[in-house]
Design a protein around this ligand. Structure first.
Ligand code: FMN
Length: 365
């Protein structure tokens, strides 16, 4: 995804343009705002509505495809209902809403950890015959501040280079345990041959997506080319989170097609998969919304565990997003008819700027 797919303008292009037009890093204001969204959870002792709103804030710090934040939250007395916001669908990259429901699963997982920190046990249920809502009921319990909870405000999808070093077996075991769920498992690939095999499908998927004008147009709609744009919308893929220069849309949007080439992107993916410690593939036993939500919960636990260990991760989902390539990946991994849901690289590397979120009042119904 341009930013997501780490496209945009090369450093050379950045150097060719006037410094007045191009800011090669995110603005301090934007990062201050992003940090403020991630302030510590407050109000375990304050009124019930304040605590519930704080839980929603922590839920919204979850990842979502294209940072669409495709959710709304309904507060009830002893429950929070997370509902899909279908106005934020991405029909090209996600025609069956798979990623949308995975994103809701990620938010559910954050909500559960935050609730426990505030002294509430969360129980999530999904009504497969209903409108796609997840009801998270909350029961009083002893508050527990876990390392996964503490990682929520720190977690990010880190799209930079990693250090090329392996991680320890103990760390791999913790990641594996975190990523397992009910009918969903995570496969951790650390052998170079297996990683190269997945890389070939990432390259094939990325090439297919970049050759699809509808994919590129949809992606462009969700890119936030400048810090201003990112702050004003509070959503989308902010250029700086990928280490790309930021600039006004009128300049970046037409220039994108000059520099967003399959070769430069594929080269970058090859380098970044090769400097990762491994690739995680999340696989569900069956393919429907309940499993996609569970897959999101598993991924989010994996990401929080990784963050708690000082590890970074980033999605490389192209092979599961392109319908003709997904079964090829499944077959190469020996998955039979099971669906590979998500593909993620992990390792150690520097943090990148944080992405924005919409304020709590915008997602409350
Ligand atoms: C289901 C799902 C699919 C995603 N796919 C990709 C992807 O293929 N490539 C990528 O760079 N980021 C991907 N992302 C990451 C989002 O773009 C990211 O979560 C969002 O921009 C917010 O940034 P943050 O997670 O750092 O807060 C995906 C996230 C989710 C939940």
């Amino acid at each position: 995804m341009l930013l997501r797919r780490q496209v945009i303008l090369s450093a050379a292009a950045c150097g060719m343009l006037s410094p007045a037009l191009v800011a090669c890093s995110s603005s301090a204001d934007e990062q201050e705002a992003a940090q403020a969204l991630r302030r510590p959870l407050t109000g375990a002792d304050s009124d019930h509505t304040h605590v519930m709103r704080e839980l929603v804030r922590y839920a919204t710090l979850a990842p979502s495809s294209h940072n669409t934040q495709c959710w709304t939250f309904h507060l009830q007395d002893r429950a929070i209902v997370i509902a899909p916001d279908l106005s934020r669908r991405c029909p090209v990259v996600d025609p069956d809403d798979h990623h949308l429901y995975v994103s809701l699963g990620c938010a559910t997982e954050n909500l559960a950890h935050a609730a426990l920190a505030a002294g509430m046990q969360a129980n999530a249920s999904f009504d497969a015959g209903g409108k796609g809502d997840i009801t998270v009921s909350l029961e009083s319990t002893r508050a527990s501040v876990t390392p996964m909870f503490q990682a929520i405000a720190e977690r990010q999808c880190t799209r930079g280079d990693y250090d090329g070093q392996p991680i320890s077996n103990d760390e791999l075991r913790l990641l594996e345990r975190a990523g397992m769920g009910n009918g969903v498992r995570v496969m951790l690939l650390t052998e170079r041959a297996a990683m190269e095999k997945v890389l070939a499908y990432v390259v094939a998927g990325n090439t297919a997506q970049m050759d699809n004008p509808a994919f590129v147009a949809e992606l462009k709609e969700w890119i936030r080319f400048s810090a201003n744009e990112a702050q004003m919308t509070g959503d989308g893929l902010f250029a700086a989170t990928t280490g790309n220069p930021t600039m006004p849309r009128w300049l970046a949007s037409p220039a994108m097609s000059l520099f967003y080439t399959p070769k430069s992107e594929n080269d970058r993916y090859a380098r970044q998969i090769r400097n990762s410690a491994g690739i995680a593939v999340f696989v569900s036993e069956s393919s429907d919304k309940a499993y996609w939500i569970e897959s999101g919960r598993c991924y989010e636990r994996f990401a929080l565990q990784a963050t708690a260990l000082g590890l970074r991760n980033a999605f490389v989902n192209q092979p599961v997003e392109v319908g003709s390539i997904r079964p090829q990946l499944a077959s190469a991994l020996g998955l039979g008819s099971q669906r590979p849901d998500l593909v993620v690289r992990f390792g150690r590397g520097p943090k990148m700027p944080m992405s924005m979120r919409r304020p709590v009042q915008s997602v409350l119904v």
